[in-house]
Design a protein around this ligand. Structure first.
Ligand code: PMP
Length: 363
């Protein structure tokens, strides 16, 4: 959307320099198959809706509980998360989606004299926040096979952030490599963004008690199918969580609304449903990889709820455009090194069969 420089004169100079962030599109098309923003194809645990409806009916009039402010500490949610993660409540921070949690992390730890480091191919919000907070950045190139080379991550008194599994590649970095990064950087906070860790990856939360410079960030948006409820969390030793709480309290002392707290608690209490839908996503991923390989696609090894793939004979942008004509949306990044790749979210078997049938016609 174009806003004239005359109207932009009312903006702060800092905001005038910001490029608008372009999230994955959310078009309204009939019979749309949306495989572009890594949402879950499965509904959340049925207990989530039950818990939310209960909150709405708590007082005599429907919705009357919404008159009241929520618990500023979201204690019930922190307790449910801590129990599921086998952490103490003091090691848990919650916010409105991990995008907000990441903003607090940048503010709390990365505004330093020294640069922050992240991979040159990584989650697109890191550059956005870096620009917003005026940070110096070093983008460390991934290896040719898209793996992260830990030797490039040495940064005293700065910060380090990477997604694991990485976005948009889906490639997973084993925990022993993460330990090397933590040991190389005792005076920098190292943030592991685990938005996609529940689909066969291994979480770095097991390292929290060992490293006082580690922050692990997770979300309920993917593996718990709650992208619409906006619940993100960070795990770390209490001295780092305390810094995040200070930042949060200076912006908004109510991180979560009543419905999100109730729905989130119900989700974390339903471990069986969570495990079952994560396993189904992994099974569907393996099936999609096999189907695409059959069509001549090359697929990077993924531990996420998406795959990153290219076809040696067909341009990714053209494939994406042709899919769009038939109401199937996948993600294409017009960026160096990855412009011939497509990122495709794992769907239900029926959705994936529809995709594969179309790809068979295109390729
Ligand atoms: N981190 C990564 C790597 C992501 O891909 C996403 C989702 N776009 C997020 C964080 C943010 O997720 P949410 O704000 O929905 O928790």
């Amino acid at each position: 959307e174009h806003i004239s420089s005359h109207l932009q004169r009312l903006w702060s100079p800092e905001v005038r320099t910001l490029e608008p962030y372009v999230p994955g599109e959310q078009p309204k098309i009939d019979n749309l198959l949306k495989l572009n923003t890594n949402e879950s194809p499965f509904p959340p645990s049925p207990k989530v809706a039950e818990a939310i409806i209960k909150v709405l009916n708590e007082h005599a009039e429907p919705g009357n509980s919404l008159r009241l402010y929520p618990d500023p500490d979201a204690s019930a949610l922190k307790q449910a998360i801590a129990a599921q993660q086998q952490l103490s409540v003091e090691q848990v921070f919650v916010g409105n989606g991990s995008d907000e949690v990441l903003a607090h992390i940048f503010k709390a730890f990365f505004i330093q004299d020294k640069p922050i480091l992240y991979p040159d191919i990584s989650y697109s919000f890191y550059p956005v926040y870096s620009q917003f907070f005026n940070l110096k950045v070093i983008q460390v190139p991934l290896a040719d096979d898209f793996s992260l080379d830990v030797t490039g991550y040495q940064q005293p008194n700065g910060g380090i952030i990477f997604a694991n599994p990485n976005a948009p590649t889906g490639v997973f970095l084993p925990l022993d490599k993460i330990e090397v990064i933590l040991q190389q950087n005792p005076d920098s906070v190292v943030v592991v963004d685990e938005a996609y860790v529940d689909f066969g990856g291994q979480s770095a939360t097991s390292l929290i008690s060992k490293y006082d410079n580690l922050v692990v960030c997770q979300t309920t948006s993917k593996s718990r199918a709650l992208a619409g409820l906006r619940i993100g969390m960070a795990f770390a030793q209490p001295h780092l969580i305390a810094a995040l709480e200070r930042v949060k309290n200076s912006f908004n002392s109510y991180p979560m609304d009543r419905l999100a707290i109730a729905g989130g608690v119900a989700s974390f209490e339903d471990q069986a449903y969570f495990e079952q839908t994560c396993q189904q996503t992994i099974d569907n991923r393996e099936q999609l990889v096999a189907q695409l390989t059959e069509l001549g696609f090359e697929v990077l090894p993924s531990k996420a709820n998406f795959i990153f793939t290219q076809h040696p004979q067909y341009a990714a942008m053209e494939i994406a455009a042709k899919l769009r004509e038939v109401g199937i949306i996948v993600r294409h990044f017009n960026k160096p090194k990855i412009h011939n790749f497509l990122r495709i979210t794992i769907g239900t078997t029926a959705q994936q069969n529809r995709l594969v049938a179309r790809l068979g016609e295109i390729c």
